[in-house]
Design a protein around this ligand. Structure first.
Ligand SMILES: [Zn+2]
Length: 69
Protein backbone atom coordinates (compact mmCIF):
# COMPACT_ATOMS: atom_id res chain seq x y z
CA UNK A 1 0.00 0.00 0.00
CA UNK A 2 1.08 3.51 -0.68
CA UNK A 3 1.61 5.86 2.18
CA UNK A 4 -0.99 8.56 2.46
CA UNK A 5 0.62 11.93 2.47
CA UNK A 6 -0.74 15.11 3.93
CA UNK A 7 0.16 18.49 2.52
CA UNK A 8 2.24 19.24 5.63
CA UNK A 9 4.21 16.04 5.23
CA UNK A 10 4.79 16.75 1.58
CA UNK A 11 5.94 20.24 2.34
CA UNK A 12 8.43 18.98 4.88
CA UNK A 13 9.59 16.26 2.54
CA UNK A 14 10.17 18.77 -0.23
CA UNK A 15 12.11 21.07 2.05
CA UNK A 16 14.22 18.28 3.50
CA UNK A 17 14.90 16.39 0.29
CA UNK A 18 15.25 19.00 -2.41
CA UNK A 19 16.16 22.58 -3.12
CA UNK A 20 12.64 23.25 -4.33
CA UNK A 21 9.72 24.60 -2.39
CA UNK A 22 6.13 23.51 -2.44
CA UNK A 23 3.68 26.24 -3.42
CA UNK A 24 0.53 24.16 -3.45
CA UNK A 25 -1.37 24.35 -0.18
CA UNK A 26 -3.85 21.52 -0.63
CA UNK A 27 -3.26 17.89 -1.47
CA UNK A 28 -6.05 15.84 -2.97
CA UNK A 29 -4.28 12.70 -4.04
CA UNK A 30 -1.37 11.17 -5.87
CA UNK A 31 -2.62 12.09 -9.34
CA UNK A 32 -2.81 15.79 -8.51
CA UNK A 33 -0.16 18.03 -9.98
CA UNK A 34 1.55 20.08 -7.34
CA UNK A 35 3.16 23.44 -7.94
CA UNK A 36 6.79 23.73 -6.91
CA UNK A 37 9.28 26.55 -6.99
CA UNK A 38 12.69 25.46 -8.20
CA UNK A 39 15.92 26.79 -6.68
CA UNK A 40 16.48 28.70 -9.95
CA UNK A 41 13.26 30.64 -9.38
CA UNK A 42 11.06 28.92 -11.95
CA UNK A 43 7.82 27.30 -11.00
CA UNK A 44 7.07 23.82 -12.20
CA UNK A 45 4.23 21.36 -11.88
CA UNK A 46 4.65 17.72 -11.06
CA UNK A 47 2.78 15.00 -9.28
CA UNK A 48 4.22 14.12 -5.91
CA UNK A 49 4.63 10.55 -7.14
CA UNK A 50 7.09 11.71 -9.78
CA UNK A 51 8.79 14.08 -7.41
CA UNK A 52 9.23 11.37 -4.83
CA UNK A 53 9.63 8.07 -6.69
CA UNK A 54 11.30 9.29 -9.85
CA UNK A 55 13.53 11.85 -8.24
CA UNK A 56 12.21 14.68 -10.41
CA UNK A 57 12.90 17.37 -7.86
CA UNK A 58 13.82 20.31 -10.06
CA UNK A 59 12.26 22.17 -12.95
CA UNK A 60 12.66 20.86 -16.50
CA UNK A 61 15.42 23.39 -17.15
CA UNK A 62 17.61 22.36 -14.22
CA UNK A 63 16.78 18.70 -14.63
CA UNK A 64 15.62 17.92 -18.17
CA UNK A 65 13.29 14.93 -18.32
CA UNK A 66 15.13 11.75 -19.15
CA UNK A 67 13.94 9.56 -21.93
CA UNK A 68 12.37 6.61 -20.23
CA UNK A 69 13.02 3.17 -21.57
ZN1 LIG B 1 15.18 25.18 -12.06
Amino acid sequence: MQKRWTIDEIKKFVENNSESKLLTTEYHGFSQKLLFKCACGSNFEKTFTKFNNKNQRKCDVCQPPKEAR
